[in-house]
Structure formats: structure tokens, C-alpha cells
Design a protein around this ligand. Structure first.
Ligand code: NAD
Ligand code: UGA
Length: 438
């Protein structure tokens, strides 16, 4: 099938690469000429495991091309995916200006019948909004339909999630329209749900908000654990065995960041309020999440004592492992607070340093690896649970540090191991371990 994808960000680029790998002819369009030139040279603008090889393979085979020019790409495609950004507006609602611009450009370029698919995360009702823009700008003879096909991939696992999604949701105005999308996705042999357009749009927000709720719930339990001597790892494990609850997304820590959960919970909240509906649950989920880093910073001050003039090593900058995405990364808030308190911050991340430099204050020093980062440190702060941080030689880390003190915002170590190695170890929702030898 001839497919066009508008936007080559985390979603658009992965979607385009995966559809081409499935044998379709895909043109990816982006208005950012620098990105398009990079992609043509097979240089990835984002870090996503497995993506570069897939893009290279399909570009070489001629099934995947990149352009800044929407015209030909839309004219030749039966299905056009909108995968542009939907950032938060200052009031918490969703800024739909990129979606609107893409819809207008599609309308102006369309000739034959076209299925326009919203893959961007958009508030319920946006299908109608896109439809009205296309109606206004299309040529009189052009026919089209608007479909909602929300994306559920996670950064860092994007390729796997795209080939093996838990479900594919297709919100279409008519069964015949949904069939084109069914045909496109059929080779994946995954569960597919066909709905009306508003339901599909809301499934996306409800799913993200529910996952965010699980995270805030376990973090609220972690707070209770910290006051009672209970261990949140056991609590989460014990809850997760219940199949009705499930073990996923019950990792207590510094809360959710990234480009989606914070903005999507806010957007749903804004929408529900605008509809005059009760939003107590979403208010609470957000409130718990906002308190995660201030609470962590308070614990750093409580257990470290004077921070001024101390060398603090920060392991991990990205909002989560296996990505270089710094959007809403909790590391930014913690590092700014440490710098404000007069600490000397040395940071390391396996892939996010270049993107981090764009958002972190100039005072941060960057280390070449985790060991160099730990050298001479008065404390080590774990912000992102990269696998390599779990596998470090912690005897070496301990010996390199000035004081063997770890603040673990992601619970990457067991208390037993830290005790055996003689660290003072402050983690989330678990008793503080104070047995440092130095
Ligand atoms: P992104 O910011 O990484 O990429 C968006 C791209 O669209 C940019 O490259 C931008 O230049 C391009 N663009 C904007 N307007 C354009 C236009 N008119 N024509 C051509 N290109 C245009 O965004 P993203 O992270 O890929 O997210 C895209 C959407 O998918 C959002 O709605 C997001 O909520 C949703 N989503 C994201 C993820 C994720 O993991 N990042 C997962 C599921 C859903
Ligand atoms: C999330 C969803 O998982 C995807 O299904 C969805 O498509 C995507 O948002 C989106 O709509 O953009 P992503 O933001 O890539 O994906 O990352 P997650 O793995 O979900 O993590 C989000 C945040 O929650 C991270 O900051 C992570 O550290 C945090 N988290 C996650 C926890 O604190 N605890 C957990 O148990 C799980």
C-alpha cells in the first residue's frame, strides 16, 4: 500500500520505518529540512534501538523515502498519517496548531480519495476538527475520510511495540473505511478493535491516564512505606501477583516524566473540566507526581547534610532508560535544586548528554562514564534506571567516592547488596540504610 506519514518524530519515523519494513511504500514528510537531510543520509535525529538499521535497510530497498514536500507524497498515498507533535498549551489543554497545519496542507495536496489518519494524540473531538479543516481547504472533487488510530508505543521499545502492539485501535466513521487500516495492520496478527472516532481518541487518553494513575498510586504507597518501615518493592510485588492489578507500571520512584504522561493527563483533565465533569482522580494523580522530586530533594538534604560545596554525581539524565529524550525529565528539576543549593554537579548519561546540555544550566560538568562521574563524589544520585547502572562494579564505585552515599531515585539496587558493600543508601519507599564505612 502507498502510505504517507507527516512528521518524523519518535512516532512518525518509527511508524514509517515499520510500515516500510512490512513491504509498503512509505514517504515520510517533515517540515524540518535539517531532519530530512539527516534521515536521507541515514543519520537518526533520535536515539531508538534498532531504528537506524531498519531505516537504512528500507531506504536502500527503495520502500522508504524522506521529503519536505507534502504535495507528491499525499497525492500518491491512499492513507496519510498525521504524526506531528501535540504539545501542551499553557492552560493544560492541547496545542492543535501542528495538527491543523498538517490537515490544511493535506487538504490542499489531495486529489484522489484519501484516508487521513490521526496518529498524534489528540483530545476527543479532534477528528471532527480535522474533518472541518480539510472540508474547507480541499478541492471540491476530492473525497476523504478521517480516522483515529492512536499510537501506544513506548520510547526505547518503539520498534518492538510497533511490531507487537497489545492492541491496534481503529476509530472510523464507517466499517469500509476501517477495512483499509485493517488491511495495513493485518500482517502483524495482533488484536484489533474497531470503534467510532471519539471512542478511539479517548481510549488513548484513558490508557495513558490509567498508567499514570498506577504510578502515582504506588508512589503514594511508597510515602506510607517510608513512614512505617515497609518496603514498597515487596508491596508492589505482592499487589502485582493479582492478575486484576498486574505487575506493570508499579515501580515507585521519582514519578512519571517524558513527553506524554504529564501532558496527556493535563489535557484529559482540562477537557473533563471544560465539560463540567469531576476530575478529582486526575488532580490527585498530578499532585502526587509533582511532589516526587521536591520530596526526593528534601531527603537528599536530610541525609547528606550541607550540600554547598559538595560534589554530587548524577547518574542518568534522560526521562527513562533507552532513550535520549529529555522532555519532562526529572533530572532537570533535581539538578537545578542541587545547583541552587551550591553543589558541584557532575553528570553522566549513556546517550542523553547532548540533548541534556540544551536544557540543563551551564554549571553542570559532564563525565565520560559512570566511574569518572563517581570519582571524588560526596554523594551519588541515580535519576534514570539504565541497565548499565545496575551492572556497575559497585566496589569500584565505593572506592572512587569520597563518601559512599547513594540516593537512588529508581530503586535499582537491593538493600542487601548495598548493605554488604557498605553504602549509605537512601532509596524510594524503603528504609534508609545508614552503614557507610568511610
Ligand atoms: P516529535 O515532536 O518528536 O515529532 C513531531 C515531528 O512533526 C517533528 O519532526 C516536526 O518537525 C514535525 N512536524 C510538525 N508539523 C509538521 C507539518 N505541518 N508537516 C510536516 N512535519 C511537521 O513528536 P512525537 O514524540 O513523535 O509525538 C507525535 C505525536 O504522537 C504526539 O501527539 C504524541 O503525543 C504522540 N505519541 C508520542 C509517543 C512517544 O513515545 N513519543 C507515543 C505515542 C504517541
Ligand atoms: C508512555 C506509554 O507507556 C506509551 O504506551 C504511550 O504510547 C506513550 O507514553 C505516549 O503516549 O507517548 P513513554 O512515555 O515512552 O510511553 O514511557 P513509559 O515507559 O510509559 O514511562 C513514562 C514515565 O513513567 C517515565 O518517566 C518512567 O520513568 C515512569 N514510570 C514508568 C514509573 O515511574 N514507574 C513505572 O512503573 C513505569
Amino acid at each position: 500500500m502507498n502510505v504517507c506519514v507527516i512528521g518524523t518524530g519518535y512516532v512518525g519515523l518509527v511508524t514509517g520505518a515499520v510500515f516500510s519494513d512490512m513491504g509498503n511504500d512509505v514517504v515520510c514528510v517533515d517540515k524540518d529540512a535539517r531532519k530530512v537531510e539527516m534521515l536521507k543520509r541515514n543519520e537518526m535525529p533520535i536515539y531508538e534501538p534498532g531504528l537506524e538499521e531498519m531505516v537504512e535497510r528500507n531506504q536502500e530497498d527503495g520502500r522508504l523515502t524522506f521529503t519536505t514536500s507534502i504535495g507528491d507524497a499525499v497525492r500518491n498515498a491512499k492513507v496519510v498519517f498525521i504524526a506531528v507533535g501535540t504539545p501542551p498549551a499553557p492552560d493544560g489543554s492541547t496545542d492543535l496548531s501542528y495538527v491543523a497545519a498538517a490537515a490544511k496542507e493535506i487538504a490542499e495536496a489531495m486529489t484522489d480519495y484519501t484516508i487521513v489518519v490521526n496518529k498524534s494524540t489528540v483530545p476527543v473531538g479532534t477528528g471532527g476538527f480535522v474533518r472541518s479543516i480539510i472540508e474547507k481547504h480541499k478541492k471540491p472533487e476530492s473525497e476523504f475520510d478521517v480516522v483515529s488510530n492512536p499510537e501506544f508505543l513506548k520510547e526505547g521499545d518503539a520498534i518492538k511495540d510497533s511490531f507487537e502492539p497489545d492492541r491496534i485501535v481503529i476509530g472510523a466513521p464507517k466499517q469500509e473505511v476501517a477495512m483499509a487500516l485493517l488491511e495495513l495492520y493485518a500482517p502483524l496478527e495482533r488484536p484489533m478493535l474497531i470503534t467510532d472516532v471519539p471512542s478511539a481518541e479517548l481510549i488513548k487518553y484513558a490508557s495513558n491516564a490509567f498508567l499514570a494513575t498506577k504510578i502515582s498510586f504506588i508512589n503514594a504507597m511508597a510515602n506510607v512505606c517510608e513512614k512505617t518501615g515497609a518496603d514498597v518493592s515487596f508491596v508492589a510485588k505482592g499487589m502485582g501477583f493479582d492478575q486484576r492489578i498486574g505487575k506493570e507500571f508499579l515501580n515507585a520512584g521519582l514519578g512519571y516524566g517524558g513527553s506524554c504522561f504529564p501532558k496527556d493527563v493535563d489535557s484529559l483533565n482540562h477537557k473533563a473540566k471544560a465539560l463540567g465533569e469531576d476530575t478529582l482522580i486526575l488532580d490527585a494523580v498530578t499532585k502526587v507526581n509533582h511532589d516526587r522530586t521536591p520530596r526526593f530533594i528534601r531527603r537528599i538534604h536530610e541525609f547528606m547534610g550541607e550540600v554547598k560545596g559538595k560534589r554530587v554525581a548524577v547518574l542518568g539524565l534522560a526521562f527513562k532508560p533507552n532513550t535520549d529524550d529529555m522532555r519532562e525529565a526529572k533530572s532537570v528539576e533535581v539538578i537545578k535544586a542541587l545547583l541552587d543549593a551550591g553543589a558541584h554537579v557532575v553528570a553522566y548519561d549513556p546517550v542523553a548528554v547532548e540533548k541534556a546540555k540544551e536544557v540543563l544550566p551551564a554549571g553542570v560538568e559532564y563525565a565520560a562514564n559512570a566511574y569518572a562521574c563517581s570519582e571524588g563524589a560526596d554523594a551519588l544520585v541515580v535519576m534514570t534506571e539504565w541497565n548499565e547502572f545496575k551492572l556497575l562494579n559497585y566496589e569500584k564505585v565505593r572506592d572512587l567516592m569520597k563518601r559512599p552515599l547513594i540516593f537512588d531515585g529508581r530503586n535499582i539496587q537491593t538493600l542487601e547488596r548495598m548493605k554488604r558493600l557498605g553504602f549509605d543508601y537512601i532509596s524510594i519507599g524503603r528504609p534508609p540504610l545508614l552503614n557507610g564505612r568511610k
